[in-house]
Structures are given as C-alpha cells and as structure tokens.
Design a binder for this molecule. Structure first.
Ligand code: HEM
Length: 364
C-alpha cells in the first residue's frame, strides 16, 4: 500500500486489539504526530477520526450529544417521511434501481438535513464525497480524491461563515458555537463538517444497498419479511456483520508492538480486515451465513475502542426504516437480476453495490 509493505490483520480478537491499542494510530493522527504523511491521512486531518487523545476527546464531545440513541429516536418520524417520499417516486413504475433511488439519497438527505446543508448543494456534495472516497491505491485517483476534499472544504468554510451570521437549528450551527467558545479551531470546524458528511452518508448508503441485496437473495428470509415487515436492531446488526460496507480500517504503528506472532515496528502500516474479523470462525459459527436471530452486536463494522462510530445509532435506524418500509409497501419485491450479477463498486476499502435493480407490483 502506497508502495510500502503492509501488515494485514484478519482475526476478530487481533483486529479489536489493533483498533483499541494506543500503540497504533489512525493515519491522520500518525501524520500529525510523526510527520509521516500518507494519501489517507489528508482525508481526515484535524478530525475526531484522525486524532489521538486528548484532541480526540475534545473533538468527539460535541458529536456524542447529537448522535445518541435518544436523539436518534426523535429523528425517526423525519427519517420515515424521507423514506416514504423516496419510495413514492418509484411506486408507480414497478421497477427501480434501489442504489440510486433509496440507498444513496436516504442517508445523504438525512445527514444534510441534520447538518443544515441546503438541498441545492446535495448533488455536488454527493459527487465530491464519492471522488474523495474512491481513491484506493491508484495515484491518479488519490490526486482526484485530494482535489475533491479541497473543494468540499472550501464549500464548508463558506457554509460555516453563513451559519455564523444566520444560525439555524442544525449541527453545523452547534459546531460554530463550539468554535466561538474556543472548543474547536476554525480548521477543526471545517474539517468536522466535511468528515461528518463523508462518514454520515457513504457507508450508510453502502450498508442499505448490501442489506437489501442480502435479504432479497435469500427467498426464505424475504418471505418472512413479506409476511411480517419488521426487523429489530439485532437483525440490523447481523446484516452489518454479514455484509457490512467497510472492508478495511488503516492504522500506523507508533511504538514496537507484537501481535499474532508479528513484530510490528514504528511507522509500519496495518490494514485491519473488518470483513474477515466479522466472519472469523473462532468468533462466529457459520459466520458467512446470514442468521437474523444471531447476537452479533459486537461486530467490528463500527470499529471498536475510542473511535467507535459516533453515528452507529443513526445508521442502524436508517437501515431499519429503509428495510421495513420497503417490504411493507412492496410486499412482492424481488431482484430483477440474479443476485451474483448485481454490480459492485470497485474500491478496496469499501464493499458496496453500484446498482440494485428490483421489480414489484406497481402501486398508485
Ligand atoms: C453503516 C454505516 C457506518 C459504518 C459502517 C461506519 C463505520 C465506522 C467505523 C469503522 C469507524 C471507526 C473508524 C476507525 O476506527 O478508524 C467510524 C467512526 C466514525 N463514524 Fe461511522 N460508520 C457509519 C455511519 C456513520 C454515520 C451515519 C455517521 C454520522 C453521522 C458516522 C460518523 C462517524 C464519526 C464522526 C466517526 C469517528 C469517531 C471517532 O473517531 O471517535 N458514521 N465509523
């Protein structure tokens, strides 16, 4: 990776150890502390996801207030409304690409509304976020990703200034107040807004697409949902464990660190294979099988330790509402292509679909 060797960690216990041990740092934190810049370090510099304590603790605090389960439960009616209006658009057609019509727009609309980003900017945000995350290991794509990151930062810098002048009832306005109280620098403010859009929608959209694909490609599971269109949060977590959108997390080694028979040295790069950990046979019996009754709450799709995903409650609820509403409104929904021919995005860090063609009986 980046022309350098990399350790690949794939067992559940060791992945959790690497995610939570302060001997390893996220790329941006490592770059800030040791000056070793990597293509990925730029994406999340000055953010919660790219910092170590005590900076991490300070940057995380304003976010945990907003994304806890109680606040997210209050968002349910609005998430339901957005989901219904997206499904209204396809109801009469009897067919749709659910990536374009549901999985991408739902989390994008939700996070933009939470942050206070105007609807007119959402297309542009979507393209910039995709360019930022499409980098993989290719140098041209990395350059394109950095250019998109700079554009998104410029947009967020303007937006934070607007919110400073005319505050709204939204997360960016809250973060502007935090910056005025000197809990956040101007750079951290802009970086937080940029990171929240990216973190808030791209992975959730991958998750919703993967989850619906998993359900529709298993006739017996789909039949149960048609009968009773309900999925509890345990089922949502099992869908995340079984085919989550995150393939790898990256870490850099700060100090000599021994794990799983490997002696890692300062500056080494480490890829944590979340998918492999989530199907590790020593942790999950028949882990490659989907079992909606399994207790998989401790999966590592949301990470582990101090960087555990702040948006996990929101992502779970969005997935739950999308699945339940889809099966309630279109009980005979089915894939319009064989499950293994559905297109996937080519991105080494993410597992997501490029399309999800479905058909169902048209409704007025
Ligand atoms: C299914 C959807 C999602 C997945 C799979 C996911 C996954 C993750 C993972 C693996 C991490 C840890 C990264 C690391 O340790 O390097 C993380 C952190 C984070 N996620 Fe998510 N995420 C999702 C949705 C969201 C949403 C909806 C938001 C916000 C609105 C969000 C905001 C964040 C933030 C701010 C962090 C950084 C937390 C910290 O460093 O303390 N994520 N996410």
């Amino acid at each position: 990776m980046n022309g350098m060797p990399v350790w690949l960690v794939s067992r559940y216990d060791e992945v959790r150890e690497c995610l939570s041990n302060p001997a390893l740092s996220p790329p941006a934190a490592f770059a800030a502390e040791h000056g070793q810049v990597s293509p990925l370090s730029g994406l999340f510099e000055d953010t919660v996801i790219g910092s170590n304590p005590p900076t991490h603790t300070r940057l995380r605090q304003p976010l945990t207030k907003v994304f806890n389960m109680r606040r997210v439960d209050q968002l349910r009616p609005r998430i339901q409304e957005i989901t219904d209006s997206l499904l209204d658009e396809i109801a009469a057609d009897g067919s749709a690409d659910l990536v374009q019509m549901l999985a991408v727009p739902l989390p994008l609309l939700v996070i933009c509304e939470l942050l206070g980003i105007p609807t007119t900017a959402q297309d542009q945000i979507h393209h910039q976020a995709q360019a930022m995350l499409a980098s993989g290991f290719d140098p041209d794509a990395i350059a394109a990703s950095q250019a998109a990151a700079a554009e998104l930062s410029a947009y967020m810098a303007d937006l934070t200034e607007q919110k400073r002048r005319v505050p709204g009832n939204d997360l960016i306005s809250d973060l502007v107040v935090a910056s005025e109280e000197e809990r956040l620098s101007q750079r951290e403010l802009v970086a937080a807004c940029r990171a929240l859009v990216i973190a808030g929608y791209e992975l959730t959209s991958g998750f919703i697409g993967n989850a619906i694909h998993s359900l529709l490609s298993r006739p017996e599971v789909a039949a149960e949902l048609r009968e009773r269109p309900e999925i509890d949060l345990r089922g949502v977590d099992e869908l995340l464990r079984h085919d989550g959108p995150g393939q790898f997390n990256v870490r850099f080694v700060n100090v000599d660190f021994a794990i799983g028979g490997a002696d890692m040295r300062p500056g080494d790069q480490v890829l944590l294979d979340l998918e492999a950990a989530n199907t590790d046979p020593s942790r999950y019996v028949d882990g490659t099988e989907l079992d909606l009754t399994r207790d998989s709450a401790m999966h590592v799709q949301f990470g582990y330790g101090i960087h555990f995903c702040v948006g996990a409650p929101l992502a779970r609820v969005e997935g739950q509402i999308a699945i339940e509403t889809l099966f309630r409104r279109f009980p005979d929904i089915e894939l319009a292509k064989p499950a293994d021919e559905v297109g996937r995005n080519l991105n080494p860090f993410q597992r997501s679909l490029s399309e999800l063609p479905v058909r169902f009986s048209p409704r007025a």
